[in-house]
Design a protein around this ligand. Structure first.
Ligand code: NAD
Length: 245
């Protein structure tokens, strides 16, 4: 389904990003993992994905550093020749009630989750414009749709991603480039592993009574990256077990 396509995934070393890399590779895409993690971790993820028979490279890059993002995309283009799919998945939390939150913690989360996606998108847009095709998929969150106490920074960044998704979709549609967002609820990753009572109370409040597995989010991203989604753009798809319906 994605044979011959090149996908760049930010935050691709672990969690949802890794599952996305694995799923896109299963469908035949070559994979550029972009992450600020240490090289051993990146190498381990890369070789696991390589075992699926596709080309994989890991690039150490902090998406808050514009120069590093530019260099990384230059290197990806030199190594792979093109980029067909960009998944903006890198994200962090720095949760606190608004009255206790420092301006620095507010800005840092915006810088990674929202401005980071802007920086990477800017690098792939000229490539996709030339090809008259491309798919940009942003990993938002239901926090960006319904808000969440203790997450004014995170919710603002994820709501911002939804606005950016729709604007990019409008800007790029005439060149056959789609831009969509995925809004997960709670997913079993490092990001959610330290919740009080292991997340049980939260899980009980979800209609499907459990957190998502990273592979489930990856399946939706792979669908949006595939030709089956060629006529979908500017869409935000919740994948939250019914939590925010
Ligand atoms: P995670 O913490 O397990 O993984 C995040 C990855 O992003 C890590 O590999 C990390 O090294 C990388 N990263 C962080 N900052 C970076 C930076 N500045 N530059 C480059 N890479 C960076 O998180 P996850 O749970 O897999 O989340 C992935 C995405 O899904 C995030 O955008 C998150 O907001 C979103 N999301 C997660 C959940 C959840 O419940 N886990 C729910 C909704 C949305």
């Amino acid at each position: 389904m994605l044979k011959g396509k090149v996908a760049a995934v930010t935050g691709g070393q672990r969690g949802i990003g890794r599952a996305i890399c694995e799923k896109l590779a299963e469908y035949g895409a070559d994979i550029a993992i972009i992450d600020m993690c240490d090289e051993n971790a990146a190498r381990e993820t890369a070789s696991a994905i390589e075992s699926k028979g596709v080309k994989v490279r890991a690039y150490r890059c902090d998406v808050t550093d514009g120069a590093s993002v530019k260099e990384t995309f230059k290197a990806i283009l030199a190594d792979f020749g093109t980029i067909d799919i960009l998944v903006n998945n890198a994200g962090i939390t720095k949760d606190k009630l608004a009255m206790m939150m420092s301006e620095d913690d507010f800005e840092k989360v915006l810088d990674v989750n929202l401005s980071g996606a802007f920086r990477t998108s800017k690098e792939v847009i000229p490539v996709m414009l030339k090809k008259h095709s491309g798919k940009i998929i942003n990993i938002s969150s239901i926090s960006g749709i319904i808000g969440n106490a203790g997450q004014v920074n995170y919710s603002a960044s994820k709501a911002g991603l939804i606005g950016m998704t729709k604007s990019l979709a409008r800007e790029l549609a005439s060149r056959n480039i789609t831009c969509n967002a995925v809004a997960p609820g709670f997913v079993e990753t490092d990001m959610t592993k330290n919740l009080p009572d292991g997340g049980k109370t939260l899980a009980d409040s979800i209609p499907l009574r459990r957190f998502a597995k990273p592979e489930e989010i990856a399946g939706l991203v792979a669908f949006l990256a595939s030709p089956a989604a060629d006529y979908i753009t500017g869409e935000v798809i919740r994948i939250d077990g019914g939590l925010a319906m």
